[in-house]
Ligand binder design. Structure first.
Ligand SMILES: [Zn+2]
Length: 94
């Protein structure tokens, strides 16, 4: 078996996943990609981490209870407050 491919899969795959998840969590993708590549365990840490602030396109912050929930949800899953309109407006950018 080609060792280079093996190493790429072993470290590259978790690194790529870590890179992707950390972007959606508002963290440094390069740093977390590197950490996840060496310690794939940190993928779990990343995955279950909820961001403290709103991240456009990934997480919203509830105006009512201040918790973050997935961007695609139209209702806060913690207190049931609907997301305030302006959805189409926000998507169109400036
Ligand atoms: Zn809420």
């Amino acid at each position: 078996m080609n060792e280079t491919i093996f190493l790429l899969l072993l470290f590259g795959l978790p690194a790529a996943i870590g890179f992707k998840i950390s972007r959606s969590r508002g963290k440094n993708p390069l740093l977390w990609g590197a950490i996840s590549g060496v310690f794939p365990f940190f993928l779990l840490v990343l995955y279950f981490h909820r961001p403290e602030h709103e991240i456009s396109g990934y997480f919203r912050k509830c105006a009512q209870c201040n918790k973050t929930f997935p961007w695609k949800d139209s209702v806060c899953k913690y207190c049931g407050t609907p997301v305030m309109g302006n959805l189409s407006k926000a998507e169109q950018g400036d």
